[in-house]
Ligand binder design. Structure first.
Ligand code: G6P
Ligand code: MG
Length: 215
């Protein structure tokens, strides 16, 4: 199969920002008085900001302890901390193999889309210098439904005029892989096999991805 379009998740696939999300959530949990582990954090990958907060509060047995208003305040606090972390990042945060894969795809004339749940995607792409590789950027500001809803991927494919089954999605989250599979896109997991059971195929980094096999 020769695929025509590559759709990339951002955090944890192209850039090493998943660790900053984790740090910021962990700090919030600390303030609330409970521990939030790296294993708990797996559940937040690919998930929207407010849903992430709900999952975190459930971990701390505080599911119904706060009003909507208080929750918005907490999510804003987490985001301010996160934005502080990412405001000074540069190309050193680009993950292994990401840049060369984007370059090779471009050379081959493959369409490239971003499919990220993050509302901070634009600033991250700009800071690490990857903006120009994308034919379309779909992020948390352009969609209303969060992964595992496939909207963040289907909007990109539609904009580029590529049928879903000719798209490859690169993801580090179970929610994102599930979203890709729902609409028949090839779901490539980036990370550890044990965490990414929804994937069609898993590579530990983008460096290991065999471009000739798929594009
Ligand atoms: C990505 C990350 C999630 C994050 C979500 C929203 O999908 O994997 O951990 O919660 O984006 O990000 P934001 O920057 O808008 O809070
Ligand atoms: Mg991710």
């Amino acid at each position: 199969m020769s695929y025509k379009c590559a759709i990339f998740d951002l955090d944890g696939v192209l850039v090493d920002t998943a660790k900053y999300h984790y740090l910021a959530w962990k700090e919030l949990a600390g303030k609330l008085g409970f521990e939030f582990t790296i294993e708990h954090n797996e559940m937040l990958k690919g998930v929207s900001r407010m849903t992430s907060l709900d999952i975190l509060l459930e971990v701390g047995n505080m599911k119904d302890a706060f009003s909507e208003e208080e929750k918005v305040k907490m999510a804003t606090e987490k985001n301010n901390q996160y934005v502080e972390y990412i405001s000074n990042i540069d190309e050193s945060e680009i993950l292994e193999g990401a840049l060369s894969l984007l370059q090779e795809l471009k050379q081959k004339g493959i369409k490239i889309a971003l499919g990220s749940a993050s509302k901070n995607a634009q600033i991250i792409l700009k800071n690490v210098g990857l903006e120009s590789y994308f034919d379309v950027i779909v992020d948390g500001n352009s969609v209303s439904k969060a992964k595992p809803d496939p909207e963040v991927f289907t909007l990109g494919a539609k904009t580029l005029g590529v049928p879903y089954e000719e798209c490859v999605v690169f993801e580090d989250s179970q929610a994102g892989l599930e979203a890709a599979k729902i609409v028949g896109m090839l779901a490539v997991g980036v990370g550890q096999k044990k965490d990414l059971t929804n994937a069609d195929v898993v590579y530990s980094t983008l460096k290991d991805f065999n471009i000739e096999k798929y594009f």
